[in-house]
Design a protein around this ligand. Structure first.
Ligand SMILES: NS(=O)(=O)c1ccc(O)c(NC(=O)NCCCCO)c1
Ligand SMILES: [Zn+2]
Length: 226
């Protein structure tokens, strides 16, 4: 089973998952000095529209939590996504042992306490998430960094408050509260974008990454759960 130790971590994933040795692997360190601002991105504004949903299923994946949120009524489009429309499939989180680390992307070498991924797939071109994940423009993932501060995030609390029920890998439960994914996004909508991959095996090179510049604030407890 793949993981993050020296014997099963990213350096050996390519033995079992060939794409992990590819040319557009994620995560990356975002070097802000060489990131170029693309004027047409301003012209094609990135727009998103989500539904609020209750009774979403949350799963312990063994590497964090994942909320299954297939939303046929959601739309992510514009910005780097060309003319295609992407639909929300799931969102999940990466965090670390301490709040000094945990994000997958880093910014000028700096890691954040954690990182939320909102995973979407291209419904204009493909018929399913699984099919989309086989194509270079199949998925669009919004990444939001977590900063640790004194205010807790109410939406994240609705999720973290269920984790005591799914202590072990493979367990799942329902989140009774209504969740609106829009509330996970920072107020500042500036982002970096690049063509990359799934950050975990099978590491398919199918993701258009959109990483927001502004982190959202959560409390230490909300992001060092284990
Ligand atoms: N981190 S990511 O790039 O947004 C990402 C988005 C969607 C994914 O399907 C994966 N990878 C994945 O599901 N691997 C299968 C078993 C892992 C259980 O955790 C990673
Ligand atoms: Zn992820």
């Amino acid at each position: 089973e793949w993981g993050y130790s020296p014997t099963n971590g990213p350096d050996v994933w390519a033995r079992l998952f060939p794409q992990a040795g590819g040319a557009r692997q994620s995560p990356v360190d975002i070097c802000t000095s060489i990131a170029s601002s693309d004027s047409n991105l301003e012209m094609k504004k990135l727009t998103f529209a989500y539904e609020s949903q209750s009774d979403l299923r949350i799963l312990n994946t063994g590497h964090g939590w994942k909320v299954e949120a297939p939303q046929s009524g959601s739309r992510l489009e514009g910005g780097p996504l060309g003319e295609d429309i992407y639909q929300l499939e799931q969102f999940h989180c990466h965090w670390g042992e301490t709040s000094a680390e945990g994000s997958e992307h880093t910014v000028d070498g700096r890691a954040y306490a954690g990182e939320l991924h909102l995973v979407h797939w291209n419904t204009t071109k493909y018929q399913s998430f699984a099919e989309a994940a086989q194509h270079p423009d199949g998925l669009a993932v919004l990444g939001v960094f977590f900063d640790v501060g004194n205010e807790s995030n109410d939406e994240i609390e609705k999720i973290v408050s269920t984790l005591s029920e799914i202590k072990f890998k493979g367990q799942f439960t329902d989140i009774p509260d209504v969740i609106d994914p829009t509330t996970f996004l920072p107020s500042g909508l500036g982002y970096w974008t690049y063509l990359g991959s799934l950050t975990t095996p099978p590491c398919n090179e199918c993701v258009i990454w959109i990483v927001y510049k502004e982190p959202i604030t959560v409390t230490e407890e909300q992001v060092t759960y284990h």
